[in-house]
Design a binder for this molecule. Structure first.
Ligand code: PLP
Length: 383
């Protein structure tokens, strides 16, 4: 017998598998609307100018020493201001336990491990649908999962009453995973809201506006947790830079929680990478670079908003009798199109258009050059 003879290959990742299939397709017409990474109007990846400028400032000056277990304190301080507000009393009162994390995924995972360790009986309520990796993250942290209603297939919008019922019916003190653009209903049951904020700035074009849900929860007196990522809003995908924060009852508790988060990180990766953290702290602490960043976030968000309008108009122009209002009503990087898995299969096999089978279209992959082609294909498969 061999050591690893019993190991089967893992199933393909539903999101990353789409890109593999796209790359293998030789068609000149092919379109990738599967991947959650921003592209410019030529379909090209983008490095922000503020990032290039920050890189130029550190070139040759950077030593390669380890960061502390909790990462760059400077980066974490600046990152917390984005989520909790520039003048947040919670920051002044040192009530936030926060560590640099391996982007949004790492922040979620660190929190899930922390949850398992210190609330071992708790479950996590995850919206339907959600980013598929949320399920993997809490599964591998051995936290059992429940789901709550979020999307309404008919309206292709929020199922508000379904969500409220699920929140009311959940046992007191449950953990709820919310995407940071979600609503504010977890008050009287004493639930713990954990915000995954992977797209701050991408929804409205303004990071302050996109933090609104969190600010409302803070005003309402909730203790909460936040995962922040600079993958999308600073285009630092492969740098893996983010932050996990937990708002605590007082500064003493925050010290305890922070040291425990560091203790969880130590045997996993010791300390987080230095380069991306340095870029983020330079950009956020320099008023000129921060302004440059805010403008560049807005350009990305506006391009996506423009493509929503263009896609909807192009489908409607073809005389589709169906309603496509949800394309422009939904916000953020994705459009949950409502297309059935079989219709998605036809988009791929007949039109070389690649997306996940749940009908999720990455608006970042839509350009002025492919929007007509995409609209026509969507119209054909939804007739
Ligand atoms: N959360 C959500 C909802 C996402 O869509 C993503 C990325 O697609 C992430 C978290 C994590 O991204 P990253 O780990 O690259 O920051």
């Amino acid at each position: 017998s061999t050591w690893w003879g019993h190991v089967d290959p893992a199933p393909k990742d539903p999101i990353l598998g789409v890109t593999e299939a796209f790359l293998a397709d030789p068609s000149p017409n092919k379109v990738n609307v599967g991947v959650g990474a921003y592209r410019d109007d030529d379909g090209k990846p983008v490095v922000l100018n503020c990032v290039r400028e920050a890189e130029a400032r550190i070139a040759g000056n950077l030593n390669m020493e380890y960061l502390p277990m909790g990462g760059s304190n400077h980066m974490v301080e600046e990152t917390l201001k984005l989520a909790y507000g520039e003048d947040s009393e919670f920051i002044k009162d040192k009530r936030i336990a926060a560590v640099q994390a391996l982007s949004g995924t790492g922040a979620c995972r660190l929190f899930a491990d922390f949850q398992k360790r210190y609330q071992p009986e708790s479950e996590i309520y995850i919206p339907v649908p959600t980013w598929a990796n949320h399920h993997n993250i809490w599964r591998d942290a051995n936290v059992s999962q429940k789901t709550y209603h979020y999307y309404h297939p008919e309206s292709k919008g929020l199922d508000f009453s379904g969500m409220m019922d699920d929140i009311k019916n959940a046992p007191k003190g449950s953990f709820f995973l919310l995407h940071a653009c979600a609503h504010n209903p977890t008050g009287d049951k004493g639930h713990f809201p954990f915000f995954d904020m992977a797209y701050q700035g991408f929804a409205s074009g303004d990071p302050e506006k996109d933090a609104k849900a969190i600010r409302i929860f803070l005003q309402d007196g909730h203790l909460l947790g936040i995962s922040q990522s600079f993958a999308k809003n600073m285009g630092l995908y492969g740098q893996r830079v983010g932050c996990l924060s937990v708002l605590c009852e007082d500064d003493k508790q925050a010290v305890a929680v922070k040291t425990r988060l560091q203790q969880i990180a130590r045997p996993m990766y010791s300390n987080p990478p230095v380069h991306g953290a340095l870029l983020v702290s330079i950009i956020l602490s320099d008023p000129d670079l921060k302004n440059m960043w805010l403008k560049e976030v807005k350009v990305m968000a506006d391009r996506i908003i423009g493509m929503r309008t263009a896609l909807r108009e192009n489908i409607e122009k073809l005389g589709s009798p169906l309603s496509w209002e949800h394309i422009t009503k939904q916000i953020g990087m994705f459009c949950y199109s409502g297309l059935a898995p079989e219709q998605v299969d036809r988009l791929t096999s007949q039109f070389h258009i690649y997306l996940t089978r749940n009908g999720r279209i990455s608006m970042a992959g839509v350009t002025t050059k492919n929007v007509e082609y995409l609209a026509n294909a969507i119209h054909e498969v939804s007739k």
